[in-house]
Design a protein around this ligand. Structure first.
Ligand SMILES: [Zn+2]
Ligand SMILES: [Zn+2]
Length: 450
């Protein structure tokens, strides 16, 4: 068994970009950058953050970016690309196009596909597939247990050597403490992170929404908050005992934030993420019985939402992740109880959080940028940065642009966005990922500098 297994990202190689972004507000809180600058990218690398007009960019493609914002492109550690087996919902090409359109320069794909990604050849095949089709770098997680059945561990060392960036049975918890304990022992040996969908399935039962006043009023079966927090407490205790490293996926409840804070305070190697929809919406939306508001974990109460915002602010929650979960229309356009769980999120993540949390003064823009890039570090990748000398992973945003989510359709193959039709401020104009132009808004023009 090798303790030095590789983990890596895969994408379609194309021309390295040469570009001067002139006069934008360049903001990278991690690197201490905030000011009006000319950002010069040459051969796919940020080479200079010059005073306006001071860059040597003759002959380069140039963008007049006055009034615009340039920040490190985002990194999403939790998406579902649906390959193999559910290509009618999404595939690597459409999913990474959606990521690029949302300003992401990297995503990590979950293994709950059909069949699940539970053996080395499957990881290798996905990486070759991404080499041909991915417009932004993609990493693939493998499952913790064979067939995501919760019983037998996968060959974690082989999976790491094949390039799996981590392990998860996302969609399901690992119900058996004995099985998870063994997985933690292997994690310590082979590296990678165990990313855990935290849910006691006996407590959540056949619930379809948050258990609370709204579920009672609607007469729908509820999923109690403690279905999540009790599992986090168990898993953090096991991780501490085995000195292993875990990442709690998609926190949704106040008790969960408290459980993660307690574990971190006790020295457990635990990180956590939260989705835009849990930060912005509550179970009140479910009164509409619109299945676009059905996901797992469910939208919870206003108190839970506030606790998640506080957790993100304090650093108890390390990063934002979309849990982009595309579904076909026929799986959503059915009665609420019968609908599939999950929502798309890549194309709306930044504008939704900017509109709903930054503009009203709830979160600082600096903090949002930091938390939308920090998912890379959770999985041992370098965080995207504007620092000169770095590979260009940059997103150009018009912070004043107003638009209606979905008004021009989606890059994703699926349309199950819980934000469709919402008026948003802030629009991604261009995304550079791994030194290549990954996305450019149709209406967005450039010239060549004289
Ligand atoms: Zn999950
Ligand atoms: Zn997920």
């Amino acid at each position: 068994m090798s303790a030095t297994a590789v983990s890596s990202l895969s994408w379609r190689r194309s021309d390295a970009v040469d570009l001067a972004v002139r006069g934008a507000r360049a903001l990278d809180p991690r690197a201490g950058i905030d000011g009006i600058r000319d950002v010069v990218i040459r051969d796919g690398e940020v080479i200079e953050l010059a005073e306006p007009g001071g860059a040597d960019a003759d002959g380069m493609e140039s963008v007049d970016a006055h009034g615009l914002l340039v920040v490190p492109a985002f990194f999403d550690p939790h998406v579902h690309l649906r390959v193999p087996g559910h290509e009618h919902k999404e595939d690597i090409e459409t999913g990474t196009r959606a990521a690029a359109a949302g300003g992401f320069c990297g995503v990590l794909a979950m293994p709950n596909t059909d069949p699940p990604v539970d053996a080395a050849p499957a990881v290798e095949a996905l990486r070759r597939h991404a080499d041909r089709e991915a417009s932004v770098p993609v990493g693939f997680l493998a499952s913790i247990t064979r067939n995501i059945a919760g019983q037998e561990l996968t060959e974690m060392a082989e999976l790491r050597e094949a390039g799996a960036v981590g392990f998860t049975d996302d969609g399901w918890a690992v119900p058996s403490g004995r099985v998870l304990r063994r997985a933690l022992q292997y994690q310590r040996l082979v590296g990678g992170v165990l990313a855990l969908h935290e849910e006691d399935h006996e407590l959540s039962g056949n619930g379809v929404m948050h258990e609370g006043a709204v579920s009672a009023a609607l007469g729908l079966a509820g999923i109690p908050s403690i279905a999540e927090s009790t599992m986090i407490a168990r898993d953090a205790t096991l991780a501490a005992y085995e000195e292993a490293r875990i990442h709690a996926l998609h926190l949704s409840a106040r008790e969960s934030v408290e459980a993660v804070a307690g574990a971190k305070g006790g020295g457990v190697q635990i990180t956590a993420e939260v989705t835009p929809h849990h930060l912005v919406l509550t179970d009140d939306e479910v009164r509409s019985l619109d299945a676009r508001f059905k996901m797992n974990p469910p939208l919870r109460s206003e108190g839970d939402r506030q606790a998640l915002i506080d957790g993100l602010r304090s650093g108890t929650i390390d990063c934002v992740a979309t849990d982009h979960a595309p579904h076909a229309a026929e799986e959503k356009e059915v009665p609420f109880e019968a609908a599939a769980m999950g929502v798309t999120g890549l194309e709306t993540a930044f504008p939704v959080l900017y509109t709903e949390l930054v503009l009203p003064g709830v979160l600082e823009l600096e903090l949002l940028v930091e938390r939308m890039t920090a998912g890379a570090a959770v999985f041992d990748f370098d965080c995207p940065t504007l620092a000169p000398g770095s590979e260009a992973n940059v997103v150009l945003i018009d912070p004043e642009a107003e638009w209606e989510a979905g008004d021009e359709g989606w890059e994703s193959r699926s349309e199950n966005s819980c934000f469709a039709g919402r008026r948003l401020r802030g629009r991604v104009l261009m995304t550079v990922a791994a030194g290549q132009v990954a996305f450019r808004q149709r209406s967005f023009a450039m010239g060549v500098a004289a």
